[in-house]
Design a protein around this ligand. Sequence first.
Ligand code: NAD
Ligand code: ZN
Length: 379
Amino acid sequence: MITTGQIIRCKAAVAWEAGKPLVMEEVEVAPPQKHEVRIKILFTSLCHTDVYFWEAKGQTPLFPRIFGHEAGGIVESVGEGVTDLQPGDHVLPIFTGECGDCPHCHSEESNMCDLLRINTERGGMIHDGESRFSINGKPIHHFLGTSTFSEYTVVHSGQVAKINPDAPLDKVCIVSCGLSTGLGATLNVAKPKKGQSVAIFGLGAVGLAAAEGARIAGASRIIGVDLNSQRFDQAKEFGVTEFVNPRDHDKPVQQVIAEMTNGGVDRSVECTGSVQAMIQAFECVHDGWGVAVLVGVPSKDDAFKTHPMNFLNERTLKGTFFGNYKPKTDIPGVIEKYMNKELELEKFITHTLPFSEINKAFDYMLKGESIRCIITLGA
Ligand code: NAD
Ligand code: ZN
């Protein structure tokens, strides 16, 4: 059946109100416009960012909306001006993009594209500000330009990574957000040398992906720090060798780690969003060469406070967004790491659900039971 240029009617899980269960609806998905691609989503997973914006406690609510940004699918059709993608391509939609033309895209060091960097407030497409989704003529907002909780979605072509068609989309879909963020924070930014020690603060999906990066880099010790000791058992499978729960100690965790490591870890990666943990992650690295990388998203009014002497003593503090990966240029290479068995993805997938039961994925995440839950569309 030729659908190119036609409106497609399909199922989508629509969030009508903040914090209320998603509702399965039949939506109309308009054809892709200039520089856009329409994708048939086969698998999606739920990430904390979806839950955060669905709860809408800390930001301006934008509803009705179709959430979802971690997914894999196949290009159905492309809009005007799209030359690097065609129907049938296997792709990952990504919440941040690469226009290829701006100073950031031209820089080898940045992935913060001027045109397509993450924008949580936008509910329409960049081209005309309009939504491509509607129900009986009423528009439904997009989320992060991806909206993958729909059997078909429309995405800017700069936010679409074309990947190896042999890669199983039900596994590699998790590469489109959390996995790459943590993995890249370690491999691209902290860059531990073989045999070095790495501390990971926060052992959620992002922290476990950072630990996977440390394992791949050949770290000798991977020290996991979390306030929730229940995370420790799971983290063993990710190569975390030692655990510190700050609540079990009377002294500051920086000091505990310094004592464990003869002066400090070589690298640390913070994946909590807590400003205390960010300060601890910086102050626990070894003087002379230690590098700390911040990944967690802080609260609005947080301030980072440390003594400037900590910098003079040759410690480095960095931060990163999407693991410094450029979505279109670099993500196909992450998929190859999985295909050649360097990167393990299966251990991140703790649950699977049919699309009709998508609300259960929210329950698993809110209870802290899941790392990643894969949702199969068309099921
Ligand atoms: P998560 O909630 O699953 O895991 C966070 C973990 O940190 C939890 O296990 C929690 O117990 C632990 N924690 C909280 N405060 C702590 C503290 N003070 N000390 C030690 N441990 C503490 O979250 P996640 O999905 O893994 O995401 C982690 C962070 O990364 C979040 O802040 C998220 O917003 C952020 N994030 C950043 C990017 C980026 O591009 N920079 C992308 C995605 C997510
Ligand atoms: Zn750009």
